[in-house]
Design a protein around this ligand. Structure first.
Ligand SMILES: NC(=O)c1ccc[n+]([C@@H]2O[C@H](COP(=O)([O-])OP(=O)(O)OC[C@H]3O[C@@H](n4cnc5c(N)ncnc54)[C@H](O)[C@@H]3O)[C@@H](O)[C@H]2O)c1
Ligand SMILES: O=c1ccn([C@@H]2O[C@H](COP(=O)(O)OP(=O)(O)O[C@H]3O[C@H](CO)[C@@H](O)[C@H](O)[C@H]3O)[C@@H](O)[C@H]2O)c(=O)[nH]1
Length: 334
């Protein structure tokens, strides 16, 4: 039975990973979360439908408490989701991002090293690649240049650096950084989903609009150098992304630290996503074209061959209709 600490487990992705760990069953799970963007109700739903977890309301900026907890509990692994993640906010308030995402992560790593945690799984992001000038047809690989264009991406890349240097310096400490592409959809079992308030993510916004929670939605720019002029992204179902974390934990049983992209290698434009949501919801909702949103790269598509070769991870839900359908079903629940 591995003892796992999950930070940010009351949030969207952390709750889905917790669900997958509980379904597999070999783990004793402690969640810490300050409930800034996560929900106590999500923890309750996990307990009701998937199994027991120990929840501690804790802010990772309380370094003394973090050190104390890790010293007492002696975790085998940490899966670290807790972060701030709104790109435009990171431009307006970069210190929030460097403190919450980089400084708190550095302290968590210190506490992990000091308490003998052997495995650390880190939520990184495609935002570390910035705005690639050209993207190979086979997608962005981990060897491509990292060049963030906003404080959010920098805060995550800096954390990756702290991890890399720490793994080199401290024997027994190993990590996997997973660079997620666009995460979307909800629990295939229908019990949990993305509850984020004032969400900005395309698929969630489209689901809200399809259900009449918004009068209309906007397309941010249709003058990009893509086939229909709108941005292209690689949307990955949250359950597939979650399973990559279980693979990363297993990987560290007999491998050293590494960095992996997680995406499907298949891109869809904003228009294609909206058309799909219209089709699965049966609602032809209002969409207006407006100007570009600052900091949006035209196209981001993952090459995740490295992960697929190194582990048993294989996409199971790489189907945009299914992603939109699960997002919509969850949205009806909220
Ligand atoms: N959603 C995406 O498309 C996406 C893409 C790439 C990377 N990521 C990364 O995945 C991780 C999870 O994102 P999410 O979409 O689930 O977001 P989320 O906001 O739903 O989850 C983050 C959780 O962390 C908690 N938290 C934040 N700061 C904290 C602190 N100081 N102490 C304790 N708890 C704290 C929040 O309350 C929340 O429950 C983040 O690290 C994010 O950067 C997300
Ligand atoms: O109402 C909307 C919302 C989004 N978009 C567009 O849809 C695309 C996707 O946007 P969004 O869903 O906000 O995702 P990204 O900006 O691509 O960022 C997500 O995906 C990144 C990885 O690719 C992560 O780093 C970020 O944390 C995560 O928010 C972009 O072109 C947006 O301009 C619209 O046109 N209208």
């Amino acid at each position: 039975m591995q003892k796992i600490l999950i930070t940010g487990g009351a949030g969207y992705i952390g709750s889905h990973v917790t669900k997958e760990l509980l379904k597999r069953g070999d783990y004793e799970i402690t969640i810490v979360d300050n409930l800034s963007t996560g929900f106590a109700e999500t923890i309750e739903r996990i307990k009701q439908f998937y199994g027991d977890v120990d929840f501690i309301k804790l802010d990772l900026s309380d370094w003394d408490e973090v050190n104390k907890l890790l010293g007492q509990k002696k975790f085998d692994a940490i899966i670290h989701f807790a972060a701030a993640l709104v790109v435009p906010e990171s431009v307006e308030n970069p210190l929030k991002y460097y403190l919450n995402n980089t400084a708190n992560t550095a302290n968590l790593i210190k506490a992990a090293v000091e308490s003998g945690v052997g495995k650390f799984i880190f939520s990184s992001t495609a935002a570390v690649y910035g705005e690639p000038e050209t993207i190979p047809a086979t997608g962005i690989t981990e060897k491509d240049e990292t060049s963030p264009i906003n404080p959010y991406g920098h805060s995550k890349l800096m954390s990756e650096q702290v991890l890399a240097d720490s793994a080199k310096a401290y024997d027994g400490f190993n990590y996997v950084a997973l660079r997620y592409f666009n995460v979307a959809g909800a629990d295939i079992g229908g019990k949990i989903g993305q509850s984020t308030k004032n969400a900005t993510h395309l698929i969630k916004v489209a689901a809200e609009t399809a259900l009449g929670k918004r009068d209309k939605m906007y397309i941010f720019g249709d003058d990009y150098p893509t086939a229909d002029g709108t941005c292209i992204r690689d949307y990955i179902h949250v359950d597939d992304l979650s399973l990559a974390h279980l693979e990363a934990l297993d990987y560290l049983d007999d491998h050293e630290s590494d960095v992996f992209n997680v995406g499907y290698g298949q891109g869809y434009s904003v228009k294609e996503v909206i058309d799909t949501m219209k089709r699965v919801s049966g609602n032809d909702f209002t969409v207006e074209i407006t100007g570009r949103r600052a900091g949006d790269p035209a196209m981001l598509i993952a090459n995740s061959q490295k992960l697929q070769k190194a582990t048993n991870w294989k996409p199971k839900y790489d189907n945009l209709e299914l992603i939109c359908k699960t997002a919509l079903e969850w949205e009806k629940n909220l």
